[in-house]
Write a protein that binds this ligand. Structure first.
Ligand code: MF3
Ligand code: CO
Ligand code: CO
Length: 251
């Protein structure tokens, strides 16, 4: 069993800088999310922005992933590959960016909408963003890791949505994916206790319908909802501090 890395001040500063760049990338791309734009055009702009800040997009060639970010539309839960698909009125999409700056990783994603989006989709997005906030509010020394997922799942059930249990948050910073796994649905007071200097992502994927997902047999990456209903996701990289948390993926 590999162990959770407790980051030192130098590492925290490096991961903070990388995380800030990842967050800035998500802000930078917002005005380009328009009807008629191909998702591979967004990807190219994101790659250029990251490289112009002396950083590298972490997803490019990661386990064979071919692009510089993940773009997941509508029923796509995660790991959507930017393509010649054009955005159209009513689409909802997640853009997930991970940067490597001076060797340090920062990982964040958020939802975008194209043109006029229906009420059900807007509600799903709002609840998913709130679920991430609720998870982050559990981050403090001595609290059990499992309480993040416990509180997220409890909230999402009240909305009638479901938490995707097959993909988790993760330790991040020195590597792209480090221990521990952060489950977004977990028993109360389960898992290890949080400790200052831990850095991990919280990235709930929330489905309108059933929690079950399918991975594309064609590209080996694209994860969709089993029932083809909508899915949404928000992600932050979070540091455990002496008295709570610091969201690192902020502009
Ligand atoms: N950024 C994703 C995460 O939040 C991972 C993408 S891996 C890829 O963990 F290979 F699909 F890009
Ligand atoms: Co992540
Ligand atoms: Co990510």
């Amino acid at each position: 069993m590999s162990k959770i890395i407790i980051k030192n001040e130098e590492q925290i500063a490096g991961i903070r800088a990388s995380s800030k760049l990842a967050a800035k990338t998500l802000e930078y791309i917002r005005p380009f999310v328009q009807p008629g734009v191909k998702t591979e055009v967004l990807d190219a702009k994101i790659e250029e922005f990251i490289r112009s800040h002396n950083a590298i997009p972490a997803t490019l060639n990661y386990s064979g992933f071919p692009k510089s970010c993940c773009i997941s539309l509508n029923e796509v839960v995660c790991h959507g590959i930017p393509s010649s698909r054009e955005l159209k009125d009513g689409d909802i999409l997640n853009i997930d960016v991970t940067t490597i700056l001076n060797g340090y990783f920062g990982d964040t994603s958020k939802m975008y909408t194209v043109g006029k989006v229906n009420n059900a989709a807007t509600k799903l997005i709002k609840a998913t963003e709130r679920a991430l906030e609720i998870g982050i509010e559990q981050v403090r020394p001595d609290n059990h890791l499992g309480n993040i997922g416990f509180e997220i799942d409890k909230y999402i059930r009240t909305k009638g949505y479901s938490v995707v249990y097959e993909y988790c948050g993760h330790g991040v910073g020195i590597q792209f994916h480090e221990p521990p796994q952060i489950e977004h649905s977990a028993p109360q007071n389960s898992g290890p206790k949080l400790f200052p200097g831990m850095i991990f992502t919280i990235e709930p994927m929330i489905n309108q319908g059933v929690p079950h997902v399918i991975t594309s047999k064609i590209d080996g990456w694209t994860v969709t909802t089993k029932d083809k209903k909508l899915s949404a996701q928000f992600e932050h990289t979070v540091l455990v501090t002496e008295d709570g948390y610091e969201i690192l993926t902020q502009v």
